[in-house]
Design a protein around this ligand. Sequence first.
Ligand code: ZN
Length: 276
Amino acid sequence: MKEKDNEFTVHLLNGKTGRIKITWVVIFMFFITYGFSQNQFNVLVFTKTAGWHHESIHEGVTAMRGLAERHSFDLQWHEDASRFNDEFLAQFDVVVFLNTTEDILNDDQQLAFENFIRSGKGFVGIHSASDTEYDWPWYNQLVGKMFHIHPLEQTAMVDVVNADFPGMEAFPRRFMWTDEWYEFKPEEYSEDLVILLTLDESTYDPNLQWGEKTGKGTGDHPVAWYQEFDNGRSFYTALGHIPAVYSDPWFLHHIYGGIYWAATGKGIQGKVGQDQ
Ligand SMILES: [Zn+2]
């Protein structure tokens, strides 16, 4: 049979040959060139919970999608931990734990996530990311501090103690904020944390009792920080309990600053690139 002018022969996987119209080849090449992502990096938002399920996850995911659109990055959202393997995670630059809680990854999934960070990638933890995986020591170090207790939502004053990090330029030096204020365990899981925000404990009431657990403030009370850890980058903020927070421009800028730095290693004033 004579080949038509607008078809050519291709070798199929089953050993046979077939014909494909040039028109389809042209369309396929167009998608390879222009149809796939031209965005600057790829972010996975993970929201699995095994304990408390924050109502604000819904607003959080919506906010993340808005940030992806505004700042030209690709975003996938999943709650399914079975996707955590080396091949799946390798496509991302940053994984965001958005209000995750308690034991959400098995041993194999944990190892895949450790490999991801060790390959030079980034982690962003929001609010109850520090109420997650207490029994996984590497994760405790990655986050930097782990949740202990919180009082009722209250208004308090927050101080910017380091404004050199991306996103911090949106905050005034001292600002009023209403949220669920986490008090962290006294353990120091990492010595490399650079604190960005601290809480003025004189401006709210940190005292409470949950059975054996007591809250009474910690004095120097960190709220957000970052660190370089295990060849990767980690950013954490304790803000983010209340759904309406996810439509606050300051907060969104704060979160995007963390994502941008975790993805690229860039943006810290006085530093150039991720090797500095
Ligand atoms: Zn909360």
